[in-house]
Design a binder for this molecule. Sequence first.
Ligand code: PLP
Length: 418
Amino acid sequence: MKNEKPAEKPKLGITTALLHSDRFGKPEHGSLHKPIHTSIAYGYEKAEDLAAVFQNRKKGYAYARQANPTVTAVEAQVTTLEQGVGTICFSTGMAAIGALFFAFLRKGDHIVASRYLFGNTASLLSTLDVMGIEVSFADATEAGLVEAALRPETKMVMVETIANPVTQIADLAGIGELCRKHDLIYIVDNTLTSGCLFLPKDVHATFSVNSLSKHFGGHGDALGGSVTDLGNFDWTRYPNLYDLYKTGDAKQWALLQLRKKGLRDFGGTLSPEAAHSLSIGSETLALRIERACDNAQKLAEALAGHPKVRAVHYPGLPGHPQYERTKNLFCRPGTLVSFELHDAADTFAVLDRLQIAILSSNLGDARTLVIPVAQTIYWELGEAKRRDMGIAESLVRVSVGIEDTADLVGDFLQALNG
Ligand SMILES: *Cc1c(COP(=O)(O)O)cnc(C)c1O
């Protein structure tokens, strides 16, 4: 089926739009939330209608692996948030990213990706590399370094907004210009910023990807992912589209191919139950992000002033290498803070003294979560590679939540003071 346009009226603030989006879509019985539709299959009275849905001539539901009304409602919310043409949701952020690669690349194509990517995305790209789609990693904080990695076979460039865990900020606008000039698909993983803090559409991105498991849902209780077509790419010029999907408005071609080749055939479908949780969570997205950004700034400043702390990485601190870029691109510098201790041997003792922040690996939860990076998510790499990537042995990543500021900052200070 074709993607639905966002249901709500234009020019609303983001919280108003998300909060009322289901109601504007006129759900069943005047229900304020889109109901959780659990049917896998949908019945039709006329064979012609069933055929029209299968042939993409009519909107409708056929089999829930490729579309479900509860999921459609979340797709409309994400489209609103990202100001895109349409969105397709997936079971996880990784399913969304994988579907993009599988739907739009062919053997012999080449991708340039940021060196500072979410670990599982980097791992997925290394799998593509052994399957005949070559991948080059470049330092995306400078568009020139990305440009130097381009080849005649390059089809895609992929970056993240705020890199985890050291918070490098990609040259998002410069890379956008580059991709426009060379007709390349430009994928921006907007998970760490979300449409609340940054619109990839404004830097000429083709697709915005979100792990809805993080800020969007915000409560760490449902997995989901999304891909939004931002309307910037001229799909009549892209060689890897199948004629079958070039029907009607060219703005919809890529979404249709992604829904068929990426979602239907690959099967990473968002469940209606998870879609419901994510949708409820998104109602407070802007409020949570505001509060978490306030907390992150205060925490980063407090950590930077502490004698046991050797370095703090936060794009809202004037010493951050991309401080000015952050101010120009993002509404706020985000909710990810990481820091290093002078004495790496202290790291676990400090973390064990935290009473509010939780030792856990997730991001974008309403609760503050901390993790010692070298000993966990970067353990497999080994010390030499970690040093290459600028990951100190004492690096602690903090996904800042919405706790009361004084409680949160106080917790870190008491843990450091021991
Ligand atoms: C978590 C994350 C993903 C993967 O999302 P899942 O929903 O966990 O599959 C992708 N990109 C970034 C930047 C992430 O933080």
